[in-house]
Design a protein around this ligand. Structure first.
Ligand code: C2E
Ligand code: MG
Ligand code: MG
Length: 429
């Protein structure tokens, strides 16, 4: 084990070794804690100041942490923008205290290449034996807590404070989900998108589903990051695109304007293979570019912005549509908004849920619709769960609605049946 800081290559396996070692020398009755630090907006820094400044920032934050930990234990780089350390702690409260003290020191601004940069970190913490019986899975637990912290927008989260739905314990999810890809046991479900003015089915969004043999249904938001961490983004994307087009083929024959939407991971949008993959899949399944919508969140612009924009632009000229997903929850700066070649804006369901009870959210929805129209985009509201929301959206000029009010995501055959039985009068009362 080396005590020197290395930020050029992730040292996950070295960190796992360190966890095993630390657990074997752990005094009776003591807990072993892990804290993961994630440098927020590192990608944004890379975009604005260049990759070299981003690299220096990451290195400088690592060195600060390294100094703080002098004599207490090594610092490991466990991913892009991410460090992990072990702490001999007695309780979650002490682990949190340790993290907060370090955050105070780490978050002082840094001068890098004549730029004064602010430092923002998000942390997750977990302990052995409280949260897992296997020390080598502590990093997973702390990373789950980190994603919980990001989800709830707090700076630190302990594993025990995570929402139940986000907890996976010491389950080796990575191994199982990779097996699921290899054994072709992932599934795609479909949820309708309804065109409000014509009261017709505009298309469907394809959503990944995975039933783990040991844990049952697992949310795509939880398992997709493991596939991506394992370097299988390309395989996943290819599978999703081809499966959506294969399963949706019959609908395109019957309804030539039907739009099939697939989600694309933000990191994948800058991939030089994106165009080939999309156009190749359209060719294989004999579908028109106009039948395909790529849904991506606005964070796409944090990843190699120019390359992502070029990739999307070159697809859009072929006729493929681009939708900005979960709008309103991310970094949305107007400048970014203007540059993203998109034809559809999907308002995040959080706004739609609260729209009727909270006037401010209703106003926000109205504003987003007007904004989208100014930029020539159509608007899709996600999370429409009742008739009242639908009516309000219709009055505000929203073009499409998607949500449980119409239908939950369901398998292909069920979707076909649902579509054939679709009676607008049932919903547009
Ligand atoms: P998303 O693309 O924003 O998908 C919409 C999510 O909202 C879906 O959750 C859907 O089931 C849920 N939803 C739709 N209508 C309602 C409603 O009326 N009420 C409520 N409470 N929820 C509603 P799901 O299927 O769990 O997917 C979550 C996220 O996982 C997706 O968010 C998307 O970001 C990601 N995802 C799913 N499939 C894929 C995929 O094939 N590739 C990638 N990269 N990401 C995917
Ligand atoms: Mg989506
Ligand atoms: Mg969404």
């Amino acid at each position: 084990m080396s005590d020197a800081l290395n930020t050029t290559t992730p040292q996950r396996s070295e960190f796992l070794q360190e966890l095993r070692r630390a657990a074997t020398v752990l005094p009776e009755g003591r807990a072993l804690g892990v804290i993961v630090f994630d440098l927020r907006r590192l990608l944004r820094t890379n975009e604005v100041y260049g990759d070299a400044v981003g690299d220096h920032l990451f290195q400088a934050v690592g060195e600060r942490l390294h100094k703080l930990r002098e004599g207490k234990g090594p610092v490991f780089c466990v991913g892009d923008g991410r460090f992990a350390i072990t702490v001999q702690a007695v309780s979650a409260a002490i682990l949190q205290l340790a993290a907060q003290q370090m955050l105070k020191m780490l978050e002082q601004p840094l001068d890098i290449d004549s730029h004064r940069l602010s430092v923002h970190l998000t942390c997750g913490g977990a302990s052995y034996p409280a949260h897992t019986s296997k020390p080598e899975t502590l990093l997973n637990c702390a990373e789950q807590a980190l994603s919980g912290a990001k989800y709830l927008r707090v700076r630190y989260m302990d594993y025990s404070d995570m929402p139940e739905s986000h907890r996976l314990g010491d389950w080796n999810i990575e191994k199982e989900v990779i097996q699921a890809i290899e054994q072709n046991s992932l599934e795609l479900y479909f949820q309708p998108k309804i065109h409000i003015p014509s009261q017709t089915v505009a298309g469907a969004e394809a959503l990944l589903r995975w039933r783990s043999p040991t844990r049952g249904y697992v949310s795509p938001e939880l398992f997709i990051p493991y596939i991506e961490n394992a370097g299988l983004s390309y395989e996943l994307q290819k599978w999703v695109l081809n499966t959506a087009l294969r399963l949706g083929r019959d609908w395109l024959d019957r309804y030539p304007d039907f739009a099939l939407a697939v989600n694309i991971s933000p990191e994948f949008v800058s991939n030089p293979e994106l165009s080939n993959l999309v156009l190749g899949a359209l060719g294989i399944w004999d579908a028109e570019p106009e039948n395909l919508v790529l849904e991506l969140t606005e964070t796409v612009l944090l990843w190699e912005r120019n390359r992502s924009i070029d990739n999307l632009e070159s697809l859009r000229v072929t006729g493929v549509s681009v939708a900005i997903d979960d709008f309103g929850t991310g970094y949305s700066s107007l400048e970014y908004f203007k540059d993203l070649p998109a034809n559809q804006l999907k308002i995040d369901k959080a706004f739609v849920f609260r729209m009727l009870d909270h006037p401010a959210d209703g106003d926000m929805v109205g504003l987003m619709i007007r904004l989208a129209h100014i930029f020539g985009m159509q608007v899709v509201a996600e999370g429409v769960e009742d008739a009242a929301s639908l009516h309000r959206l219709a009055a505000m000029g929203c073009e499409q609605a998607q949500g449980y009010y119409f239908c939950k995501p369901i398998p292909r055959d069920a979707f076909t049946e649902w579509m054939h039985a679709f009676d607008p009068a049932q919903y547009f009362r």
